[in-house]
Design a protein around this ligand. Sequence first.
Ligand code: ADP
Length: 332
Amino acid sequence: MMRIVLLGAPGSGKGTQAQRLQAKFAVPQVSSGDLLRNAVARRTELGLKAAAAMEAGQLVSDEIVLGLIRERLRQPDAKDGFILDGFPRNSDQATALSKLLEEIGQPLQTVLLMDVKTNSLIHRIAGRRVCRSCGKVFNISHLPEGGKCDNCGGELYQRPDDKEEVIAKRLEVYQSQTKPLIEHYKQLGLLKVIKGEGALDDVTKRMETALAPAPAEAPTKKVAKPAAVKEAPAAAPAKPAAPAKKKASKKKAATKKAAKKQAAAKTKAVPVKVTKKKASKKKAATKAVKKAAQKVAKKSAKKAPAKKKVAAKKGVKKSAKKAAKKKAAKKK
Ligand code: ADP
């Protein structure tokens, strides 16, 4: 029994890891992106409505996505759990999800945040190629011999929303709409952060470790709620409200606050507050992302994938470094 959400930016590896976890834990991956792409490919009414938003890197309307998710979670194979990948993506969707899960008596257990640096994200997305037949994902820096899928021999293609002009938009949408969910789930005590870089197997192992019950709690605890109370104090210092006296009383106050928020969040998502400082930081980050994405995408488009893998990789690294430098300079 496992009911989890994978949270993370585009390119953070949610889909790849969800596929691995579903095999291990025998619960289905429920990917809103895949459900949408499927609807688009079948040219259903919903699919036709969704296609334009997807190609522009925007979110598809909550109504459409929710309909697909609701239908999917009610299928028999999701009865004993699920791995949600790409949903929820904004605070309204998070609210809708908690309502839906309440209705079907399957509250969330854990939210795993795939933490990956922006430069790696850009590199991964711009270089991503997908098999048209089986969906296997590759990167131009490690293409199979002959440029065909090594699983089924299918043709590899670039997703329309992985193109240069769309990448920056998707990362921007993540920053503004999805990232606030990190705080939301932190407040609920459901969040665990996974370092999403390094070898695929290592990332999977980290996720498995995070999903394993804590040794001391293993025999009895099934629900993540007590952890909510424990984890909440870590999030509390960010709020100006708690004047620190003694650690214990601070902890108590934060715990109370977290419990209150948790109760409130059952019916309403935690509202997103963006301070001025945060907003300008976000702006700078978005600019840097835009520039880097354009550079990376241009380079990967120019280089013939099979021939100039190494050069493409170098180009990506260079532009990523430049972007990071610029970002740092701007911060100053
Ligand atoms: P990625 O996580 O790499 O951006 P996905 O396959 O999850 O890719 O999503 C592809 C596109 O599908 C998104 O850019 C968006 O347009 C749409 N989409 C996926 N999930 C949602 C969602 N929960 N709400 C709205 N739109 C979504």
